[in-house]
Ligand binder design. Structure first.
Ligand code: AMP
Length: 426
């Protein structure tokens, strides 16, 4: 029986896997300089963690979570997003705050699969825990903006909003509910539930008739308290100071409960229906929701699949063409054992090398070498071993020369970094 992958999952083949390594390396370098430390949290957690933080009225919790009971009867869920896990980890491990953390982890959501939306996807995110100041929001947006610009994300734009705080949001919510009640008949059934459980969420609704109603809904902007107004103005001024273009969108609320004040989304016109590349914002109340002390925090996360779609398109690296800098061609049994040892000696000296152990004489092995895209081959016969001099052949030009192992080790072209991994030395 031949198996197929589960609906909504993907095989990440070497070409894309290499592109991801390259992206992660870039993020690692940039975020490290800004003081972010890497963190990894478990792939599954107590279901209640997400229910409490992501929110009972969110699509993620209602419709999309992979929820299951383990053999001990524990109520668990596969991680649908990382922020609650990161905050839990900060509290549980008593990490000293302020602290800056970043992660690259897989998320699981049982949504309808389509281009740019999968049931398992990877997010790279950054969280600043313990900083309430607008500078933290500005720093994060600037970090994201620079990263996406360097990645060559096409058609990018940034949307910005504030959703107020505990002081001013209730007054606004009351007005919004009044408005929604007046238009109840025109709302979809989901929005009727949202209206009761978390009214702000109606702005996430994709149904056209709801969108039409919401055009005339009151704006949070008119109900902000002085502190929230000031915070928002400072964030905007900070972005302008960096010449980062943004659009204010007072309908941007983000689908999650724990946000407060600043909300941001980076989008790309090239992404089609799933146009959000990166979402984030401030979540000053999450720590308390999880039983911790009041802890201001802000963060963002972007989808790796979507980021690659709009930077590299379908043309990730063609791994089938990746060259072999040096291929050993052992001839005879003694040469096989010798070559096996030689592989490791050369690799220890920094050489990228493989060997062709399939049976056959020289001409057959040269054909294999050609098919495998070898750039150079080293012919290892018994005679060569006895004399400690080997034939090195350039597969493109056909040029041959007799060399010692020491001479092979000093050929700079054979000292190749792991493919496509940029490092400080380059
Ligand atoms: P969210 O937690 O919904 O704000 O998601 C953060 C980012 O992850 C989004 O902006 C997307 O780039 C990406 N993302 C979210 N859900 C999916 C999904 N189902 N498939 C692929 N990428 C996703």
């Amino acid at each position: 029986m031949r198996f197929k992958r589960v609906k909504g999952t993907r095989d990440i083949l070497p070409g894309e896997a290499l592109a991801r390594r390259e992206l992660e390396q870039m993020v690692y370098e940039k975020f490290s300089r800004a003081g972010f430390l890497p963190i990894l949290t478990p792939t599954f957690e107590a279901y209640e963690l997400y229910q409490r933080s992501t929110g009972q009225a969110s699509d993620i919790v209602i419709k999309e979570m992979y929820r299951f009971a383990d053999m001990g009867g524990r109520d668990l869920a596969l991680r649908p997003e990382a922020t609650p896990s990161v905050m839990r980890a900060v509290l549980e491990n008593h990490l000293k705050i302020p602290i800056r953390l970043w992660y690259a982890m897989t998320m699981f959501r049982q949504d309808k699969p389509q281009k740019g939306r999968y049931r398992e996807h990877t997010q790279i995110g950054a969280e600043i825990v313990g900083e309430a100041e607008p500078e933290a929001d500005i720093e994060l947006v600037k970090l994201g903006y620079d990263l996406f610009t360097d990645m060559g994300i096409k058609g990018m734009y940034l949307e910005l909003n504030t959703i107020g705080c505990r002081k001013c949001r209730p007054g606004y919510t009351e007005k919004l509910v009044e408005f929604l009640k007046e238009h109840q008949e025109e709302l979809c059934s989901d929005c009727k539930v949202r209206m009761k459980r978390n009214p702000l969420r109606v702005f996430d609704c994709k149904v056209k008739s709801c969108q039409a109603v919401l055009k005339n809904a009151p704006s949070q902007r008119e109900y902000l308290c002085e502190d929230c107004k000031l915070h928002f103005d400072q964030v905007k001024r900070g972005l302008e100071g960096f010449s980062i273009p943004y659009q204010e969108n007072d309908r941007l609320v983000r689908g999650l409960d724990y946000y407060s004040r600043t909300v941001v989304e980076f989008k790309s016109r090239l992404l089609g229906a799933q146009d959000t590349l990166c979402g984030g914002g401030r979540y000053d109340y999450l720590a308390e929701e999880l039983g911790g002390p009041p802890t201001p925090a802000t963060g963002f996360a972007f989808g790796v699949e979507r980021a690659l779609l709009v930077s590299k398109g379908e043309e990730v690296f063609d791994f089938t063409q990746s060259p072999i800098p040096l291929l050993l061609l052992p001839l005879g049994d003694e040469a096989r054992g010798y070559s096996l040892r030689l592989l490791f000696k050369l690799r220890d000296a920094g050489i990228s090398v493989q060997a062709e152990f399939r049976p056959g004489g020289l001409s057959r092995k040269l054909k294999h070498a050609d098919a495998r895209n070898a750039e150079r081959v080293l012919i290892v016969g018994e005679d060569e071993i006895a004399k400690a001099r080997f034939i090195l052949r350039d597969m493109k030009t056909g040029e041959q020369s007799k060399v010692t192992i020491e001479e092979v080790q000093s050929i700079p072209e054979l000292k190749i970094h792991p493919p496509l991994l940029t490092s400080g030395e380059d």
